[in-house]
Write a protein that binds this ligand. Structure first.
Ligand SMILES: NC(=O)c1ccc[n+]([C@@H]2O[C@H](COP(=O)([O-])OP(=O)(O)OC[C@H]3O[C@@H](n4cnc5c(N)ncnc54)[C@H](O)[C@@H]3O)[C@@H](O)[C@H]2O)c1
Length: 351
């Protein structure tokens, strides 16, 4: 198959490796360039994947290489600025890592820039390509546990980190049904951050979806059982629990309990492949499309906003700033234990 699509990556840190492997695995994409402000990170990733184009400045890379697709593999605080920059330079396909942004205002700016410049923008919710997630979605659609009534997930490392994937999973399982309201509680006594973004010490969110389905999401309350992005769907006639590799179905419709193990495949390759299909017009939109990324972010933001206003938040969320920043700055969630602690600070290279 001819290499129809020229791909490039901005940010040569941990997740860029998965994107690079993805582009190398897809028949019609060629990874032509990478960019990073850090010279060693740039060289290491470029050498590892034998990439010719190497740039310190992503704008120069786009100008010279004219990629069809860029992956934005930067910390979330840079997603809006760089997505808007790529859109203004008319990159046809932009794949920005999750979480989409650090506020709804930023997410809106990204969507507007993509629309204004005719670009297709997707967010890196690559788990939508996991075989277990798609099997779970198929089983739910087939009614094996009756009507879904409640979803539950326990995560760690912050709402905007693992929580992004989990909330995306809930929306994927419920066919992106609108969210009606969110109520949440947040504890933040320490000065905790994740990749430069203020996060909570722990929290819980209770989400009301249109049609009456509810979801509970807890973060960092109990680490045990919080692995591999597991989720349970409670239905009127059974339960379905799954994570990245395993599914467990308990329902009279399958005669009791059925367990399955599935390989993960390469979701980053599938994500890139689907971007190609979106660009060539074969499909109407990428399953990680930006409006979905925004809807996921809106739920996360609403949990924080609920804690800030101490009440139920009805959607659409009107607060465009980052509610956790507002809550700290307004003295609603004062830091009690001084000392900034970034749980992904170890990613910052010392060399
Ligand atoms: N989808 C997933 O499952 C998944 C998994 C891990 C990380 N992520 C997301 O990927 C993003 C990146 O995380 P990471 O772990 O790769 O971070 P990282 O710190 O390992 O890498 C970030 C890189 O960006 C570079 N950089 C910073 N500013 C730049 C700029 N202006 N231009 C070019 N390069 C610049 C840094 O030098 C660094 O090499 C985050 O949003 C994170 O949440 C997603």
């Amino acid at each position: 198959m001819p290499k129809t699509y020229r791909a490039a990556i901005i940010g040569c840190g941990s997740i860029s490796k998965a994107h690079a492997r993805g582009y190398q695995e897809v028949e019609e994409t060629e990874l032509v360039a990478v960019a990073d402000v850090h010279p060693k990170a740039l060289q290491e990733r470029a050498d590892e994947f034998n990439v010719r184009g190497r740039y310190r400045d992503y704008r120069e890379m786009i100008e010279k290489e004219k990629p069809d697709i860029v992956s934005i593999c930067l910390w979330q605080g840079l997603h809006a600025e760089v997505t808007v920059g790529c859109a203004e330079m008319k990159v046809p396909g932009i794949l920005c890592e999750k979480p989409m942004a650090t506020s709804l205002g930023e997410a809106d700016a990204m969507i507007e820039a993509a629309q204004a410049n005719g670009c297709k923008l997707a967010i890196g919710h690559q788990r939508r390509f996991l075989p277990t997630w798609n099997e779970a979605k198929r089983l739910l659609a087939a009614g094996v546990i009756g009507q879904p009534q409640m979803l539950y997930s326990r995560i760690a490392d912050g709402l905007s980190n693992w929580g992004t994937h989990t909330v995306d999973c809930m929306r994927y399982m419920l066919n992106e049904v609108p969210t009606e309201w969110v109520i949440g509680q947040v504890e933040r006594r320490t000065d905790r951050y994740e990749r430069g973004q203020r996060i909570e010490d722990l929290c819980v969110g209770y989400i009301g979806f249109a049609g009456g389905v509810r979801a509970v999401l807890e973060a960092d309350i109990q680490r045990e059982g919080a692995g591999a992005f597991g989720i349970t769907v409670y239905g009127s006639e059974g339960t379905l629990t799954f994570d990245e590799r395993h599914l467990r179905l308990a329902s009279p419709r399958v005669g009791g309990v059925k367990e399955m193990t599935m390989e993960t495949g390469n979701p980053w390759a599938e994500q890139a492949r689907e971007m190609c299909r979106w660009l060539d017009g074969t499909i109407e939109r990428h399953r990680g499309h930006a409006a979905n990324g925004r809807a996921v972010l809106e739920i996360l933001m609403a949990v924080y906003e609920s804690a800030r206003v101490r009440g139920l938040v009805r959607m659409p969320l009107r607060t465009k700033e980052y509610p956790l920043d507002l809550a700290v700055e307004q003295g609603i969630l004062p830091v009690e234990v001084e000392g900034k602690n970034d749980i992904r600070g170890f990613l910052v290279r010392k060399d």
